[in-house]
Design a protein around this ligand. Structure first.
Ligand code: C2E
Ligand code: MG
Ligand code: MG
Length: 583
């Protein structure tokens, strides 16, 4: 109610034993424009009932009644934690008593004979009360913002950490077993960008409600990041319980969500840590569960991982490696090695594959299998990929001059999935070939089968353009990425590279042998060239030759070598004796 409204209604509680006096007060208020509803009480019990029955805007109190008095009434109002203007309207009570009453919390004291002061006092007290209430509301809101998430109404990270700290403290005396989960919603980002922010928010609100439904008394849930939540599960009966409960959470989140009239399935990556880890600080528990969740995410979608102390060290190592990787280009720590690819029909080296090497200042050589995935996760792959392409093209140009008698030579460069999604890739390759005066058929691009299948639509569009520009495209590690063989003819590709896994075991395992044979026959039907990679023995080479495989690459021919070794290797290889040995 606003005291400024004319003719505003006023709910007045009259604590008064004299009905005439009460009537007089009501009349006074009504005459000055208030629409008064009132109740008269003169005992503690009646006052209690009235306070419980409804809310009041004003309490006018006689100082003393036969079985009750104003100070007792005031205590009762305080007991209910009500902030209502409380004004004594009474005969003379003496200055000392009046001061005592004001000190106790009475807002004003009006003499019954001097009612002219009543209305201004009421107006003033109603206004003060409104200001107090608004301030109180604002404080409550600030407090809520500090401890609760506005979107889901769940506690936020700060409040969660407080609850967790309290739980840790209590568990020291009770040996209570508890567990902390950190959950990260796997598909939130694509939902947000696909359906828009509003639907994304609805999704998070629904996740919050579902997580609340997984709680038992004493458990809590909080939203701790854009799409991440934390659960604190308390009083677990045994150490297996946390994992079992995570199975239940998984089921609840796996039920479809209705967004935009569509049924959407989602999953969460979950990291779990339980009390046995023995940390003292809530932040350490939460960080451990976060690290485990990160680990789960790296393993794919919908995974659950229990924290183990080694993960922290691995995470730190990875962070360090990431920081080092940032500097590797700047400090020229990368190098390209080249592994020859030999034609099995002519025994001629037709080209090389460029393979990146990182000479880490303290760790020595770091394998691309270790740092390329990290570079992809951090986006550094764009800069690295660009460096590889430029370096490979410049090397190919040098070979044009230096290795005249071994020409033509091609160079295969590995591309990551992220490079394939960059629209400028086609122009960049065009530009490089022009700068280094290369024929585009000399530069071959290798894309692993799994990358191609993951981003099929986008990748095919980019590869189509590259192929139209005469850049040969090769599917790397073929046979491991689940692409259906029947799908192959629709892909813009020129070369299949059979994964070394099959070559490695083709002589011991008939199944692998027949896979290699099927791939070679199929490639032949589709007019694709076939390279066998990972050829390590003479017997494997002979078997491939008898299956009519076009090219071979592997340690039998040569390990990847630095550019300076290439000319000598080509010389040696072309010598009759060596050719005879592999022929
Ligand atoms: P990949 O493209 O399939 O390269 C073949 C890998 O097999 C190379 O490992 C090579 O050294 C190894 N290899 C060759 N012959 C044999 C053999 O006879 N036996 C065995 N056991 N291994 C053999 P490397 O150089 O460690 O590269 C690993 C992977 O890292 C590559 O697999 C490729 O996917 C990726 N990679 C390497 N360089 C680059 C690059 O410049 N850019 C990108 N995006 N990825 C790269
Ligand atoms: Mg490759
Ligand atoms: Mg490969």
């Amino acid at each position: 109610m606003s005291f400024n409204d004319m003719n505003h209604s006023l709910r007045v509680l009259l604590v008064e034993d004299n009905a005439d006096d009460a009537e007089l007060l009501v009349l006074e208020l009504e005459t000055s424009g208030y629409q008064v509803t009132h109740q008269q009480v003169d005992t503690a019990i009646a006052l209690r009932r009235a306070l419980q029955a409804q809310s009041w805007d004003l309490i006018l109190v006689d100082y003393s009644m036969p079985s009750f008095n104003a100070l007792e009434a005031l205590e009762l109002v305080k007991e209910y934690e009500l902030d209502i203007p409380f004004i004594i309207v009474s005969g003379s009570i003496g200055e000392e008593t009046a001061v005592k009453a004001m000190k106790a919390g009475v807002h004003d004291y009006i003499l019954k004979g001097k009612l002219a002061r009543l209305l201004p006092a009421i107006a003033r007290e109603l206004k003060d009360c409104q200001v107090r209430q608004e301030r109180h509301q604002a404080l409550k809101r600030v407090e809520r913002l500090a401890f609760y998430d506005d979107l889901t109404d769940l506690p936020n990270r700060t409040l969660f950490l407080e609850c967790l700290q309290e739980c840790i403290k209590q568990s020291r005396h009770t040996s209570e077993l508890f567990a902390v989960f950190v959950l990260d919603m796997d598909r939130y980002q694509s939902l947000k960008y696909g359906f828009g922010h509003e639907k994304g928010h609805q999704f998070l609100q629904e996740v919050a409600r579902r997580l609340e439904s997984c709680l038992l008394p004493y458990d809590s849930v909080a939203r701790i990041g854009e799409d991440s939540f934390a659960l604190l599960l308390r009083h677990l009966p045994n150490s297996n319980e946390a994992e079992q409960r995570s199975g239940y959470v998984w089921q609840v989140l796996h039920l479809p969500f209705v967004l935009n009239d569509s049924l959407i399935r989602s999953s969460a990556s979950v990291g779990i840590v339980d009390r046995t880890i023995g940390y003292d600080r809530a932040q350490d528990f939460l960080r451990a569960a976060d690290v485990a969740c990160h680990n789960a995410k790296r393993q794919g979608v919908g995974q659950t991982v229990l924290f183990d102390a080694r993960m922290q060290t691995e995470e730190l190592d990875r962070l360090q490696l990431e920081a080092d990787l940032q500097q590797a280009i700047q400090f020229k720590q990368f190098q390209l090695y080249y592994q020859p690819i030999v034609c099995l029909k002519t025994n001629r080296t037709t080209g090389f594959e460029a393979l990146i090497r990182w000479q880490h200042p303290t760790k020595g050589w770091v394998s691309p299998a270790e740092f390329i995935p990290l570079a992809e996760q951090t986006g550094l792959i764009s800069a690295i990929g660009q460096w590889v392409l430029t370096e490979a093209c410049s090397q190919l140009e040098r070979w044009q001059d230096q290795l005249e008698c071994f020409l033509p030579l091609s160079l295969a460069v590995n591309l990551s999935g992220i490079q394939l999604t960059q629209p400028e890739l086609v122009d960049e390759i065009e530009h490089l070939c022009r700068c280094f005066d290369l024929n585009k058929v000399q530069l071959k691009l290798e894309i692993t089968e799994s990358v191609l299948m993951k981003n099929a639509k986008l990748a095919i569009a980019v590869l189509d353009q590259l192929q139209q520009n005469q850049v040969p495209i090769c599917i790397d590690d073929f046979g491991t990425g689940y692409s259906s063989l029947a799908y192959l003819h629709r892909l813009p590709i020129d070369i299949l590279k059979i994964d070394q896994l099959f070559i490695n075991r083709m002589l011991e395992d008939e199944k692998n042998h027949s896979i290699v044979r099927t791939i070679i026959t199929l490639a032949d039907t589709l007019g694709l060239e076939v390279v066998a990679e990972g050829v390590e023995t003479q017997a494997q080479l002979e078997a491939l030759r008898s299956l009519n495989c076009d090219y071979a690459q592997g340690y039998l021919l040569s390990r990847p070598m630095p550019a300076v070794a290439v000319a000598d290797w080509l010389q040696d290889f072309s010598k009759d004796t060596f050719v005879r040995q592999i022929a």
